[in-house]
Design a protein around this ligand. Structure first.
Ligand SMILES: Cc1cc2nc3c(=O)[nH]c(=O)nc-3n(C[C@H](O)[C@H](O)[C@H](O)COP(=O)(O)OP(=O)(O)OC[C@H]3O[C@@H](n4cnc5c(N)ncnc54)[C@H](O)[C@@H]3O)c2cc1C
Length: 680
């Protein structure tokens, strides 16, 4: 299929002169880890560091059972119906001149530019099948790409990163799972135990394990057992492409808890994924170009007859807000005047701590009131951002079931239609300003307000409540998905249960019972939890994560008090041990740590936190490797010899200048073809 290139490998004579490379092991090869690897390569070429590395080179072992670059979340094989929630022009994994980092900028294409490069033949197309290629060819800057296309972009990025590494940094990929970390008993600091082969020694260890799927808690066990006892179905929290949607039958009533992005994915899989089609609504078609704003983009749904009927509700009772039209366009948003480092400092107590609800939330509310035209003000005694967080809180309970259903339906539909008007219709400046302001506030809080600076930790709802509000306003679905939701409601495939949803399991009827705060309710044989599992280390399905916090005082890490379920790390991403001290040479990043949630890639030209953090971490990794590692004797061959070595994917290349990506030695099987796909 593809040719194999063998770039020059260092000889053992070179190794003797230089000393054996120090070994950095990365557990996880998802976008975050590869972002750090990219920064590591960029910084490794900087004069001074480059010369030091020539004397003491670095070898990086990446452990991940999934394809590096894309990792477990981004899957080239999944349904094209699963979409990203950013436009292609707003997705980039490369640094740019706005990034305030010490390492050099290495610019590269956004997702949209990458697709355009493939279209024009300046970037080699991935060999992942013609339908994916057709998707890439059709992808415009304002389109929302499928997540499988993003997976290919991330895989390609990994190929670029490998090809750009200087000769002093080499990489081996191990397609397996790390199960535990032990203190090294020889020259290595750590030994990383692997599922199916000998442990890997590490001088430095970076854990980038991503999302922590959790074992079902007692309540979920009970729901699953209830469903089994009564011949029903319960689908627990998961990524939509892992949900067993085939268990939901045509015409079956299904209760869905959650109206976030996992629900939108589920909706797509159960409708278009079952052969239904969305078409422009007849009234919008006949009105033509003069259609009123309300009709623009309106859709009708042509069912296939294979769809279940979804009864959907949540705490808020409405879906996330639509993405805004031209979300990056100028709005006149000024400098922040309330949420400033000085104002935060002024509110600190004698221990340097803040209370999120008492100190920070009023500043955020004041900032929104100051910056966003027409932003409502909270009533006396009201939570300052209740109007934003709970838009249907005024909807009262109705005793008559039909009246409750109609009132709830009208309120939810009215909310979605108003949202589409405000964010996509005519004058969208206020919505765009709010969108941009929350993005900016999130960036400031990521930098200024680590969870450890918040008094009372999780009690003050930070970061969870804040992140939920931020996602609700800024991280919603593409607008056409909300048009689809409205069309499905009109077609009778979706029914709204409204806010304040409660679900119980009724032993008498053997069915799940759902009831919203307005009184609308339903009984059904199937229940789906349409959200991601809550983070948990103790209950993670990931053996390494459980191991890290098991063993009391002997454990390597501990759960964060400020972010329950997450691994405690400090501002430099060092893992904090049970005694509160930072572990040497052990770092962790990503959504499973106490780091505030940040994306692994970002809109270009926004000085995104992921790039700044990856750069600082990469520099620390390099500096630690170099300062702690004078040339030293060749490391021992791992047990199991050749077979245990993993797949060296890149023999080092001589220069770091951008060039056509090259692959070193390819391993056989899936990784061979996958790496060929991306790196050649
Ligand atoms: C369904 C879903 C959709 C999303 N959509 C978007 C979006 O549209 N836009 C956006 O900006 N963000 C999105 N995100 C956020 C997502 O968190 C980031 O995009 C990104 O994937 C985080 O990167 P990461 O490398 O930290 O974690 P991950 O992507 O989770 O990668 C972690 C990697 O570590 C590996 N790993 C874990 N444990 C081990 C072990 N013990 N041994 C070996 N390997 C291990 C995993 O296999 C995985 O490949 C989405 C998240 C989900 C779950």
């Amino acid at each position: 299929m593809n040719s194999r290139h063998s770039a020059p490998t260092p000889t053992s004579a070179d190794d003797t002169r230089r000393g054996a490379p120090s070994r950095l092991v990365m557990v996880g090869g998802g976008p975050r880890a590869i972002g750090v690897l990219e920064r590591l390569g960029a910084n490794a070429g900087v004069p001074g560091t480059a010369e030091r590395l020539a004397q003491a080179p670095l070898h990086v072992d990446i452990i991940d059972p999934h394809m590096p670059g894309a990792g477990r979340i981004w899957r080239a094989e999944e349904s094209p119906l699963l979409l990203m929630n950013s436009r292609a022009a707003d997705v980039s994994i490369f640094t740019d001149e706005t990034v305030e980092a010490e390492g050099p900028v290495v610019a590269g294409p956004s997702l949209a530019e990458w697709a355009d490069g493939i279209r024009r033949g300046t970037i080699a197309a991935p060999t992942a099948g013609t339908t994916r290629l057709a998707e890439i060819h059709a992808l415009g800057p304002t389109d929302f790409a499928s997540r499988r296309v993003q997976a290919l972009y991330l895989e390609w990025f990994f190929g670029q990163v490998l090809a750009a590494l200087p000769s002093t940094v080499s990489v081996t990929v191990h397609r397996t799972t790390a199960t535990a970390v032990r203190a090294g008993d020889g020259p290595a600091t750590w030994n990383v135990e692997l599922e199916d082969r000998a442990p890997l020694p590490a001088d430095l260890l970076l854990l980038a394990a991503g999302h922590t799927d959790s074992r079902p808690n007692a309540a979920r066990h009970e729901l699953a057992a209830f469903a089994r006892r009564h011949g029903g179905t319960y689908l627990g929290p998961s990524q939509a492409s892992d949900a067993q949607v085939e268990l939901l039958g045509a015409g079956q009533d299904v209760i869905v808890r959650g109206m976030g992005l996992a629900f939108i994915d589920l909706m797509a899989l159960l409708t278009e994924g079952r052969g239904g089609r969305f078409v422009p609504a007849a009234e919008a078609e006949s009105a033509g170009a003069d259609a009123a704003a309300d009709l623009r983009g309106r859709l009708d749904y042509l069912p296939s007859g294979e769809e279940p009927r979804l009864w959907v509700g949540s705490r808020r009772g409405v879906p996330y807000h639509s993405k805004v039209r031209d979300e990056g366009a100028p709005t006149g948003l000024g400098e922040l005047v309330h949420v400033t480092p000085a104002n935060l400092r002024a509110l600190e107590d004698e221990h340097g701590l803040l209370d999120f609800r008492i100190d920070v939330l009023p500043l955020i509310a004041a900032e929104i009131a100051h910056q966003v035209p027409g932003a409502p003000l909270a009533q006396e005694g009201e939570e300052p951002l209740a109007w934003l967080d709970e838009p249907l809180s005024d909807l009262g309970a109705t005793t008559l079931p039909e009246a409750a259903q109609q009132a709830t339906r009208d309120a939810v539909v009215g909310h979605i239609e108003a949202d589409l008007r405000d964010r996509i219709g005519g004058e969208v400046t206020a919505a765009r300003t709010l969108f941009q302001l929350l993005l900016r506030l999130h960036g400031v809080l990521v930098d200024q307000l680590p969870a450890t600076r918040v008094r009372g930790g999780a009690r003050g709802d930070y970061p969870r409540w804040w992140h939920s509000l931020f996602s609700f306003v800024d991280s919603g679905p593409p607008p056409h998905r909300l048009q689809q939701l409205l069309a499905l409601e009109r077609a009778g495939i979706i029914r709204f249960l409204g806010p304040g949803l409660r679900v119980t399991a009724d032993e008498t009827s053997g069915r799940f019972r759902a009831r919203g705060a307005t009184g609308v309710g339903v009984e059904a044989g199937a229940l789906v939890d349409a959200f991601l599992p809550e983070p948990s280390l103790q209950e993670s399905t990931n053996p390494l994560l459980r191991d890290l916090v098991t063993g009391g005082d002997a454990a390597l890490g501990r759960e964060s008090a400020a972010s329950p379920g997450a691994l405690d790390t400090d501002a430099r991403h060092r893992v904090i041990g049970p005694d509160g001290t930072a572990r040497e040479r052990l770092w962790a990043v990503g959504p499973w740590t106490s780091e505030l949630p940040i994306a692994a890639f970002a809109r270009p030209h926004t000085n995104a936190p992921c790039h700044r953090r990856n750069d600082a971490l990469a520099r620390e990794l390099l500096e630690t490797a170099l300062s702690g590692n004078a040339p030293r004797p060749e490391a021992e061959e791992p047990e199991g010899g050749e077979a245990d070595r993993g797949i060296p994917v890149l023999a080092p290349v001589a220069v770091r200048a951008p060039h056509t990506p090259r692959l070193g030695v390819l391993g056989p099987g899936k990784i061979g073809s996958a790496l060929t796909r991306t790196a050649l």
